[in-house]
Design a protein around this ligand. Structure first.
Ligand SMILES: [Cu+2]
Length: 707
């Protein structure tokens, strides 16, 4: 089927049309466009925008007898035929593709990726695409490419799987927001199984309406949002925060970086219920301080490692990593033990893979030295594999190495880590667990000052772009930096490029930062409107909180500075995460004097002050298989819909945080949401489903289970 990589191969060496051909096509197009202008406007739908497709009915033919501005596309070793069906859905022609064998690859009825034929698009806008089709195989999808002004034509995404139908059927899909740097798109229908596909009567309209005059009476909050410090404190030192599938928040302290609590065997955990503002304490079986954590496919939380011992007073050893591992069940509110890890793990990272298994890397072992084992949790057996059952590179990945799952199943080590210098070499890499290889990735700026930077897979996950923000170094302790780095993991040979600098804020007492001062301990939270809220942080090792917050827009690659700042300092051992109601919660602060700030803050982004929130009235089901379409009913016009994986964050590290766009089929208030067929884009688990109204205001989330 059509994954990004394979399609890119198919699109290499595509000969562009000669100048003479373009001239002929332009002439033909003029005729087609004249005909289209006279065409009947679809009944009942007062379209605000014109059909952007050239030769949408496939009636104009080129000298070879194939529709103008369309092409026979695809790759692989199939036996296939491309031709015309006559009559079509309307008019004389439709495109017919038949595969009689299909050992690999695909065939596509595609628009020509040619400046005269490909529809022009506006970055940030969304488009409604529709086509009529029949197919005898379920292995049929709508596929879209985009023209990037820097990269040329690249695969963008699959929009929807088309069910088998022998009667002409119309499929309408709303695209994700067009990424920055895109000037044109092409799309069409792909068949990759034995069978026959016919398509006809394409339409494409700009779904982004001019913003209505928006009224907001909330003053500053209209543009900056607003913080509220809750009138109660956390009962535990909130070093780890995991949003549970029931909307509650697991706050884990263990000994909470308090040697006296460790000596006393006092380990704590609490569950916070945002809807009632109440807590319950959870018996905590071990010192889960600086453990790793990730939600499993069933919504239970796998917790691994933690603190076996604090450093010895005589300096004979440092922190030691635990091998213990537990599963926290939101249903029972309790931990149960699973088998031990293969190595001690203090500050391990944990990433869920497309198959639902978990890979843990890095951290410190039972003897305080770096853990070099790849530790693999096999979810179907609910156990950690033994050392020799898992592939091993014996590489030390550092502490809380940020390992982000890529769409091809490899892990991208972003270079974000905790404590001291970055790893030797370029400071970031791609780890292929199956092939047991590590490939350096270039371009990360100042890799030895990215201690407690934060990396996020930007919305939407389908775009495979990662942003790494800020950082410092607790050993050399320079001013933390304003660096940001961007990488496009869809490229054949990805490398970081410099992003816009992080905005500056103020230090204690309102002192403005200088132009070179930035933040470590920074938090970045994916919001349901597709932007990234960046908050908190400090200038130096466990000192000098920075009061600064901004909004990063992946569509424009810009930070909007000057958002409201958390009144509570948020430096070492602080975290921020999205709540299912669309607000952001911030917890923790553990300055160098050993105290811990127990206050809890909640941020309401500007979108909550711009009109009514759309309501998800009904979901057809909450078990979602890959490649499936699900119907939701909403109470008004919707601009986008997506799944956001709930947070599981500590130390500016949440490598599993992701925003999965759901291409839509819009039919009034009933909307079909198309889930990707690639589990590496949306690893199995419980997700928050949001819809966003045309006013940019998100709904409250509903929970759906993927995979
Ligand atoms: Cu820590």
């Amino acid at each position: 089927m059509s994954s990004g990589g394979t399609v890119l191969i198919a699109y290499r060496n595509r000969p562009w049309l000669s100048r003479a051909d373009r001239g002929r096509i332009a002439q033909a197009l003029i005729l087609v466009l004249i005909a289209a202008t006279a065409a009947v406007v679809p009944a009942g739908a007062a379209r605000a925008s014109a059909n952007l497709i050239a030769n949408p009915g496939l009636e104009g033919l080129d000298p070879t007898g194939f529709p103008v501005c369309w092409e026979r596309s695809g790759w692989g070793d199939q036996s296939f035929t491309f031709g015309l069906a006559s009559p079509g859905h309307t008019g004389a022609n439709a495109i017919r593709v038949t595969l009689t064998t299909s050992p690999n690859g695909d065939r596509k009825a595609m628009m020509l990726e040619n400046p005269s034929c490909a529809p022009n698009v506006t970055p940030g806008h969304r488009y409604d695409l529709s086509a009529w089709y029949t197919t005898t195989t379920a292995n049929t999808v709508m596929t879209m490419f985009r023209h990037d002004v820097a990269q040329g034509w690249v695969y963008w995404t699959d929009l929807a799987t088309l069910p088998v139908t022998s009667a002409w059927t119309r499929k309408t899909v709303r695209t994700p927001e067009v990424p920055a740097g895109t000037d044109q798109i092409v799309w069409g229908v792909t068949i990759y199984g034995v069978g026959t596909l016919q398509t006809d009567d394409y339409e494409m309209n700009d779904a982004t309406q001019p913003a209505p005059e928006q009224s907001c009476s909330a003053g500053d909050a209209c543009t900056r949002g607003v913080w509220q410090v809750l009138p109660f404190n956390s009962p535990v030192r909130a070093i780890h925060a995991v949003v549970l599938k029931n909307g509650n928040v697991l706050l884990v302290a263990g000994s909470g970086n308090d040697p006296d609590a460790f000596a006393a065997g006092t380990f704590t955990t609490a569950v916070y219920r945002p809807e009632t503002g109440t807590f319950s304490n959870v018996p905590t079986p071990a010192d889960l301080f600086c453990s790793g954590h990730v939600q499993l496919a069933d919504g239970r939380v796998l917790i691994m490692g933690g603190n076996k011992d604090y450093p010895a007073a005589d300096g004979s050893h440092g922190y030691k990593g635990l091998r213990n591992s537990y599963v926290f069940d939101p249903a029972t509110g309790s931990y149960s033990r699973v088998n031990d890890m293969t190595a001690g793990s203090w500050y391990p990272s944990a990433t869920i893979m497309g198959n639902g298994d978990v890979i843990a890397l890095g951290g410190l072992g039972e003897d305080s030295s770096g853990t070099v084992a790849t530790q693999y949790f096999k979810t179907s057996e609910s156990r950690w594999l033994s050392l020799n059952e898992a592939n091993q590179t014996w590489n030390f990945w550092g502490l809380y190495p940020s390992m982000i799952l890529m769409q091809d199943g490899r892990l991208f080590y972003t270079g974000s880590h905790v404590f001291g210098n970055g790893l030797p070499g370029t400071g970031s890499s791609i780890y292929d667990y199956d092939a047991n290889t590590i490939t350096p990735v270039g371009g990360l700026q100042n890799k030895d000052q990215r201690d407690q930077s934060m990396s996020v897979l930007l919305p939407p996950a389908q775009d495979q772009k990662v942003l790494t923000i800020g950082g410092g170094n607790i050993d050399s302790n320079p001013d933390a930096n304003r660096l940001t780095d961007l990488i496009d993991l869809k490229r054949a040979d990805p490398a970081y490029t410099a992003g816009p600098p992080l905005p500056t804020g103020t230090l204690t007492g309102g002192v403005p930062q200088t132009s070179t001062q930035g933040k470590m301990y920074v938090s970045a939270v994916l919001l349901p409107d597709g932007k990234v809220f960046e908050t908190g942080g400090g200038l130096h090792n466990r000192a000098d909180p920075v009061y600064e917050a901004s909004m990063y827009d992946p569509a424009t690659n810009t930070f909007t500075p000057g958002l409201a700042t958390d009144p509570v300092p948020r430096t070492y051992h602080s975290s921020a995460f999205l709540l299912p109601d669309g607000r952001v919660m911030a917890v923790g602060d553990n300055p160098g004097n050993g105290t811990f700030d127990m206050r809890l803050s909640i941020y309401s982004p500007p979108y909550l002050f711009h009109g009514a929130r759309p309501q998800i009235l009904h979901i057809s089901e909450n078990e979602w298989a890959y490649g499936s379409t699900h119907t939701v009913t909403v109470d008004g016009p919707i601009l986008r819909a997506e799944l956001i994986r709930p947070g599981a964050v500590t130390h500016s590290s949440d490598p599993n945080q992701r925003f999965v766009d759901l291409p839509m089929s819009v039919n009034g208030g009933t909307i079909g949401l198309n889930l990707t067929s690639n589990p590496n884009i949306a690893p199995p688990g419980w997700y928050m489903l949001f819809v966003v109204g045309t006013n940019g205001v998100p709904s409250v989330a509903r929970w759906v289970h993927v995979g």
